[in-house]
Design a protein around this ligand. Structure first.
Ligand SMILES: Cc1ncc(COP(=O)(O)O)c(C=O)c1O
Length: 372
């Protein structure tokens, strides 16, 4: 007999009907076999690095925050080690921040949609309320509604800003981020999610940490470092914040093989590989954006500062399905506010993008869709 009755009775009520985050991998499982499709739906990097693992100490629990890893990230990010917390991806950072700064069923987070979905999912999971102050659209969905933010001072405990933004690819103006930090100076932590910052590294706000006690910066090795499968991210903030988050995180958050491999990726030998990947990706992104903007079926291409391009087209289902038929996965973003008819393409390899373009061109030329 199924025991779903007891499960539904005992589980927190709001979880029973909650829809979990539809991650790219939950929508389309890789099943350990990633060569059978072209994966352009999760903003991963297409190429592998080459690493060796010693697995010397796997019989021991790892250090809480392994020195080699924290020191390597400290050198890379130019933040003191005490300002860094390594986590199971930036996603764990998001969850920890909400659990640390929001009382369940009492406090709220603030998000600026369209934005990354995990802020809301983590808040829901924890029982925190979600206040939405949408990005403004007249200028291309890249500006904060500062008046809207001001009206929420005192009502929210954590503000999530995503810059470069997923799924838009836009950067928020730095002056506006600074205004938001000042507005919430005494009442809320302001999180600047910099998951994609390597693609425009001069735009980081990490150096402001010494000026703002309420600033938290999120980083990850999943994007520019091509290590999404490793699950390693970093939370940067003043020591007091890091110490508070350290009370909430699991006792051994970073497994020994993760620490070993991530430290290597951040070392002198591998960093140039990351920087050259970024420059190749940026060039391919420019080419893809310019190709898209020349297509008659493409209505709008969003300027990007990340490893993906968002565009709007009245033919979004046709394009999505034509690609899917040929085992090419991109991401439909049309359910997000202000993003009707928008699709997002991760910038894969030159070869993958060239196959994608061929498939789209071929689909239009062999159907009457455009002339309908
Ligand atoms: C804006 C943003 N933040 C955080 C993450 C999560 O990164 P991680 O893989 O480190 O959990 C993503 C992943 O897509 C993202 O787009």
């Amino acid at each position: 007999m199924s025991n779903s009755t007891i499960v539904n009775k005992l589980a927190r009520e709001e979880l029973v009907d909650m829809i979990p985050y539809e991650s790219a991998r939950r929508l389309h499982a890789g099943n350990g076999e990633f060569n059978n499709k072209i994966w352009l739906n999760a903003n991963e990097a297409s190429g592998l690095g080459s690493y060796s693992l010693s697995a010397d100490c796997v019989n021991r629990y790892p250090d809480f925050q392994p020195d080699s890893l924290i020191n390597a990230y400290s050198t890379y990010s130019q933040q003191p080690a005490e300002n860094i917390l390594a986590t199971r991806g930036a996603d764990e950072g998001i969850e920890l921040i909400i659990r640390t700064f929001c009382k369940a069923y009492e406090d709220n987070i603030l998000i600026c949609p369209p934005t990354y979905g995990m802020y809301a999912i983590s808040a829901e999971n924890h029982g925190a309320g979600i206040v939405k102050v949408p990005l403004q659209s007249e200028t291309g969905i890249n500006e904060l509604d500062l008046e809207g933010l001001k009206s929420q001072v005192g009502n929210v405990n954590v503000v999530f800003l995503c810059s470069p933004g997923n799924p838009t690819g836009n950067l928020l103006p730095q002056a506006q981020i600074k205004e938001a930090l000042a507005l919430f100076k005494d009442t809320a932590m302001v999180v600047v999610d910099e998951a994609y910052i390597e693609f425009c590294s001069d735009k980081t706000v990490a150096s402001w940490i010494s000026d703002f006690d309420n600033l938290i910066v999120l980083r990850t090795l999943s994007k520019a470092f091509a290590l999404a499968g490793l699950r390693c991210g970093f939370t940067l903030a003043n020591r007091e914040v890091i110490q508070m988050l350290s009370k909430v995180i699991a006792p051994y958050p970073i497994s020994a093989p993760v620490a070993e491999l991530a430290s290597k990726a951040l070392g002198e030998q591998h960093l140039p590989v990351m920087t050259s990947r970024v420059s190749v990706t940026n060039t391919l992104g420019e080419k893809l954006s310019s190709w898209l903007s020349q297509q008659t079926w493409c209505e709008q291409v969003f300027p990007t500062h990340a490893n993906f391009v968002l565009f709007r087209t009245p033919y979004k289902d046709f394009i999505f399905n034509s690609l899917l038929e040929k085992n090419i996965l991109i991401r439909d973003q049309s359910k997000q506010p202000q993003l009707a008819n928008c699709l997002r393409i991760s910038i894969g390899s030159e070869e993958e993008l060239s196959t994608l373009k061929d498939v789209i061109e071929n689909a239009f030329s062999t159907s009457n869709t455009l002339s309908e």
